[in-house]
Write a protein of this length. Structure first.
Length: 357
């Protein structure tokens, strides 16, 4: 079976995302077993940190069972608005390196950097830089898998977690997939794996020595996909998301600031960077500007107004309104936003067609 021309696909996956955000924002959580979820009798965990995982605690586990495994586990309620805000920033970082992005959730995405000239055209270096940007700007860690296709990239991103990456170059695909347990293949749950084991299939190497016809008698229509994955083949293209509706840039400060003058100085540094990023989406029509401030109690405010361009005077005026809401609180983050006009349906269809072509 022949492999199509190799692409450069990166799968970025944040490390215990929700729990990591909580540990970042609340230092008292950093060195204890922590999970995010409900604490009621029927609640389940959204995620947990690596200290909790040492006890066998896992995502989607009932809270009661998690507490049995780890009596000292602290369970906190999620702050979805905060996670979404962080996710937007992560997505903005991705967009610096490629426009071909397929988000899978708030904390993971595929990136196609096949034609990128950044970092000497090296997908490995691009992944390292993205992870560095995420750490430097958000104080969070991410792991990455770099491979010729989505299937291998996703599995590779889990190989060196947390805060690591794994590169599977085209010439190493066969060796990588042969040793894979079938449990790692998406679509194979515990029951299917048990069934495959009963027929003598435990690894991709076992599948490679079989045939689609035999596999069909065991897993039905999934046989072809399974056989292809066992050979490292996945020809799926990235499903690029719809056109962006906004553009933002922000910075989290190393130390809180307490004056409007200091905030203005930050805006003067951010605006040129925003203009550079705006060049990548210059076909979009600006309809509003905004300034965002996050205070040292982690509350935040955004002030916006209609606008047709990224104007510094407008950002300065919006800052004055936002700063009034500080009420003596320190400011830990300053951000600028631009809102774009909604494209009509015909424009979106045309954009999707051009993307496919």
């Amino acid at each position: 079976m022949k492999q199509v021309t190799a692409k450069k696909i990166i799968h970025i996956d944040m490390d215990c995302f929700y729990a990591a955000v909580e540990m970042r924002d609340f230092p008292e959580y950093q060195n204890i077993p922590l999970a995010v979820g409900g604490d009621g009798p029927r609640s389940v965990l959204s995620t947990c940190n690596y200290q909790a995982r040492k006890f066998g605690v896992r995502s989607a586990m009932p809270a009661i069972k998690a507490k049995q495994l780890c009596p000292e586990l602290t369970i906190v309620h999620g702050r979805m608005a905060v996670y979404k805000e962080v996710s937007v920033h992560i997505r903005e970082i991705f967009s610096r390196y490629t426009d071909i992005i397929e988000p899978l959730s708030l904390d993971e995405a595929y990136l196609d950097v096949t034609d990128s000239a950044l970092c000497q055209g090296s997908a490995t270096l691009i992944a390292e830089q993205i992870r560095a940007d995420i750490f430097n700007e958000l104080n969070l860690t991410a792991s990455a898998g770099i491979a010729p296709n989505k299937f291998i990239a996703k599995i590779a991103s889990d190989e060196n977690k947390p805060n690591g990456q794994c590169v599977v170059s085209p010439e190493k695909v066969t060796a990588f997939v042969e040793q894979l347990s079938l449990k790692k293949i998406p679509g194979i749950g515990p029951k299917t794996f048990q069934k495959l084991q009963s027929f003598g299939f435990s690894t991709c190497a076992d599948i490679r020595s079989s045939s689609i016809a035999k596999l069909t008698t065991i897993v039905g229509k999934f046989a072809t996909s399974l056989y292809q994955k066992a050979h490292g083949i996945d020809n799926r293209e990235l499903e690029v998301s719809r056109q962006r509706r906004s553009l933002a840039i922000e910075t989290t400060l190393a130390a809180d600031i307490y004056s409007e003058t200091e905030c203005l100085a930050i805006i003067e540094k951010l605006l040129p960077k925003l203009i550079v990023r705006l060049e990548k989406v210059k076909d979009r029509k600006i309809v509003k500007q905004g300034v965002k401030l996050k205070f040292n109690d982690f509350n935040q405010t955004t002030v916006e107004q209609q606008s047709l361009a990224a104007q510094q005077d407008t950002f300065n005026a919006l800052l004055a309104k936002a700063y009034e809401r500080a009420n003596g609180r320190g400011i830990r983050l300053v951000g600028l936003t631009l809102g774009f006009a909604e494209p009509n349906v015909a424009d979106e269809i045309k954009t999707k067609q051009l993307t496919l072509l």
